[in-house]
Design a protein around this ligand. Structure first.
Ligand code: ADP
Ligand code: MG
Ligand code: ZN
Length: 525
């Protein structure tokens, strides 16, 4: 179910706000119900209430054509209304034809979250009137969705947390509205039907989430899963994945749910977390002061860091759901389901597990590496036999991921075997750790091979104790203050002196030999 309700009286701005596709901001700003954060709820109030959170997520599926017609979904740079046909424009007498690939993506998602796939599912009409919906109803699924009762386990700062997933179903997206002012000053709304009828997956969780962090982590893990199985590109900033959070509070130790507020318009994972944190504080304050809470839909204003009222929520009765007479119930063939199951790629949870048990990575590194997609890392590790996976992982997280600000897709132009090479040279003792990082960094920047970089820079490890002793002695003589600090027991001064030696040797000194020499010459053990 698309969240929220529609009724004949819903205004344009209400509806647009609900879909998060346009902005009547002047009107909306006027009705902002701002709450300042200067009166934070007391710590005791915060512990008297428990948050109850459920997440609804809409995801644009990756298909070549639309959900019920043959129009291409590749309309990113296309002229408005150029990707339309009688079916998605709702001409009388046309009939929908189900997109097999879209169904496949939902079934794969269902399998990946361990959901039950009912033998028969049904299509329903969700009726409402609004210009973004040419038929006057949206084809969706009501009481017989394609997948039910799944779970997704996420890592949080408090440990693993399992989110129950109520359902995942398939529906069609709406047209896009744009609001403009005409030359003569009149306001006008423009409709672009290119997006109308494109396949949309909706995934709804049980109301089992308790913290904003759990909600953010759930959304991140869901995105990773969908990208991994190829169901969607799920870019939040492009609206390919739209997260809505339902938040209510109840006194700790009670069962009954409190009044639910739905929050939407978050366009990043960080804003999902911030919006929920804000709602929990706002609702706590309301309960403390006896201010009534009403079931409503609120929007998230990222700049101000607040939620604001969009509209009072309707119930699903208003949609007059009924089975679509144009589409027979869908029977999912068991053999097909099995084919999808067998073709399933390694899922993120299994990959993290394998990195820990087989590659010996620290669990936190496994989480970091798998988070953004880890095909590059995979190929680096398997590029040469016998590579030290932990060393490869640390070069990758400390240099590789940092260089691309955590987005490993930017590493696609680089050959993963070069990461394997730099890791191998380090393990073989031909490069120091510091030079390895430098060489890898330079490779990422320029695309030159590691071997070429090493040859040009003249990198080699200086482990000859005699040569190093002279350098270390020179550094000690030049830094009497640091020497005094070490002797006074200040451990940081030791790091400073090591750094000076590394600087003089351009990072080529063997760190263990330098450490031993420093301790010997300073009489530190
Ligand atoms: P709708 O489609 O009208 O938004 P749903 O019944 O599909 O309603 O619920 C939407 C989401 O709200 C689900 O994730 C559900 O777990 C969650 N939810 C339901 N009741 C509450 C509540 N009182 N507090 C917080 N979340 C809730
Ligand atoms: Mg909802
Ligand atoms: Zn069409």
């Amino acid at each position: 179910m698309e969240s929220g309700g529609a009724n004949a009286a819903a205004t344009a701005s209400d509806r647009c706000a609900e879909r998060g596709i346009c902005c009547h901001s002047p009107a909306r700003r006027a009705t902002l119900s701002l709450v300042t954060t200067s009166t934070l709820p007391s710590a005791s109030a915060a512990t008297r209430y428990e948050a109850v959170i459920g997440i609804e997520c809409h995801v644009q599926l990756r298909t070549a054509s639309k959900m019920f017609c043959g129009c291409s979904t590749d309309f990113q740079d296309a002229r408005p209304n150029s990707h339309t046909c009688p079916v998605c424009l709702a001409m009388p007498g046309t009939l929908p034809v189900i997109n097999r690939q879209a169904v496949r993506h939902v079934l794969a998602t269902g399998i990946a979250i361990g959901a039950t796939i009912p033998a028969v599912t049904r299509w329903d009409r969700k009726n409402y009137f609004y210009p973004d919906l040419p038929k006057g109803y949206q084809i969706s699924q009501y009481d017989l969705p394609l997948a039910e009762h799944g779970t997704l386990t996420v890592d949080t700062s408090a440990g693993p947390f399992t989110v129950g997933i109520t359902r995942a179903h398939l529906e069609e997206d709406t047209a896009r509205l744009g609001h403009v002012v005409l030359d003569d000053g009149r306001p006008a709304s423009l409709v672009d039907f290119n997006r109308a009828g494109t396949p949309l997956l909706e995934i709804v969780t049980d109301p089992v989430i308790r913290t904003a962090e759990q909600a953010r982590r759930y959304a991140e893990e869901l995105r990773l899963l969908l990208v991994t199985i190829g169901a969607s590109d799920a870019a939040m900033e492009d609206g390919q994945m739209r997260v809505e959070a339902n938040v209510s509070l109840r006194p700790v130790g009670t069962e009954a749910f409190g009044t639910r507020i739905e929050v939407k318009n978050m366009n990043s994972f960080r804003s999902v977390e911030r919006a929920i944190e804000f709602e929990i504080e706002r609702q706590t304050r309301a309960l403390e002061t006896g201010e009534p809470l009403i079931q409503e839909t609120r929007g998230w204003d990222d700049d101000r860091g607040v939620t604001y009222r969009m509209r009072v929520k309707e119930s699903s009765d208003d949609y007059r759901y009924f089975p679509d007479p144009d589409l027979p119930p869908l029977r999912v063939d068991g053999g097909w389901l099995e084919t999808i199951r067998v073709a399933m790629p390694e899922l993120p949870a299994a990959r993290r597990e394998r990195y820990v048990t087989e590659l010996g990575l620290a669990p936190a590194d496994a989480v970091t590496i798998v988070a953004g997609g880890s095909d590059y890392f995979e190929r680096a590790v398997s590029s040469r036999p016998g590579l030290d996976a932990r060393r490869t992982a640390s070069l990758y997280t400390e240099v590789g991921l940092r260089a691309v600000k955590g987005d490993p897709t930017l590493l696609e132009q680089r050959d993963p075997a070069e990461l394997g090479r730099v890791s191998q040279l380090t393990t073989a003792g031909e490069l120091t750790g510091a030079n390895a990082k430098e060489a890898y960094q330079r490779h990422l920047e320029t695309g030159e091979t590691i071997d070429a970089i090493v040859a040009a820079a003249g990198y080699q490890r200086i482990s000859d104790a005699g040569a190093l002793r002279t350098i270390v002695e020179g550094v000690l003589a030049a830094n009497p203050a640091a020497v005094a600090d070490v002797q006074a027991g200040k451990a940081q001064a030791m790091g400073f002196l090591t750094g000076q030696v590394m600087k003089q040797t351009r990072g080529q000194a063997d760190a263990a030999t330098v450490g031993a020499l420093l301790r010997e010459l300073l009489g530190q053990g």
